[in-house]
Write a protein that binds this ligand. Structure first.
Ligand code: SAM
Length: 222
């Protein structure tokens, strides 16, 4: 349960300086950058670590609901920052414990994000559990709200049924349009997401299939 989790009342009430101290201007008392990339259900943080050098200009946030896992990722990022102090590397990634299925608009302004990753989300196999899946019509409207026009939703899973589920829901949503296989083959995030996450590595070892689908956030209809 997530009843003990704390959420900011709105995005401006959130203290990001604790998560990204390097990007806090203590004279002006404001952040010099905002989060633009979110990894939803980031697990052990492999994607964050590989996205960090690939997107040095972006602030990247992992959201994870499990306490121990979040603590692990926090320690992992602190260690990386300490080991790369001179170059100020890994200052642009951080992790937040939270339920991404709730209160996302409390953390992010409208159109704040340019990319959202859903890597190997929990499949919730049973029919009656499908409503617990992280891609549903209602949640997609929240994701569309925090994503900017032209922003991208990335999905990857080894569960074929879940892949079809995510594709179906995203395709049915008026604010998302699927990106082509050609686009996927030229996008660096697709390569990173295929290889960087702990779950993806597990699937690789088992020589399992990986199903990918990416969707562009369309403009709001007039
Ligand atoms: N993305 C990682 C990877 O590919 O290695 C982790 C995949 S793991 C199968 C799914 C993760 O999503 C778990 O760590 C789980 O705790 C997290 N999770 C599930 N529901 C969540 C929610 N509502 N909000 C945030 N994280 C969630």
């Amino acid at each position: 349960s997530d009843h003990q989790l704390e959420y900011p009342l709105n995005p401006d009430a959130m203290d990001w300086s604790k998560l990204y101290p390097y990007y806090y201007d203590s004279d002006k008392k404001e952040m010099t950058k905002n989060v633009t990339i979110a990894d939803i259900g980031c697990g052990f943080g492999g994607l964050l670590v590989d996205l960090s050098p690939a997107f040095p200009e972006d602030l990247i946030l992992g959201m994870e609901i499990r306490v121990q896992v979040t603590n692990y990722v926090e320690d992992r990022i602190i260690a990386l920052r300490n080991n790369h102090k001179a170059e100020n590397k890994y200052q642009n990634i951080s992790v937040l414990r939270g339920n991404a299925m709730k209160f996302l608009p409390n953390f992010f302004h409208k159109a704040q994000l340019s990319k959202m990753f859903f890597c190997f989300p929990d499949p919730h196999f049973k029919q009656r559990k499908h409503k617990a899946r992280i891609i549903t019509n209602t949640l997609l409207s929240e994701y569309a709200y925090v994503l900017k026009e032209g922003g991208v939703v990335y999905t990857i899973t080894d569960v074929e049924d879940l892949h079809h589920w995510m594709v179906k829901h995203l395709e049915e949503h008026p604010l998302f349009e699927r990106l082509s296989k050609d686009w996927e083959s030229q996008d660096k995030c697709v390569t990173i997401m295929r290889n960087s996450t702990e779950e993806g590595k597990k699937v690789e070892r088992k020589k399992g299939a990986k199903y990918i689908a990416c969707f562009k956030r369309l403009p709001n209809p007039i």
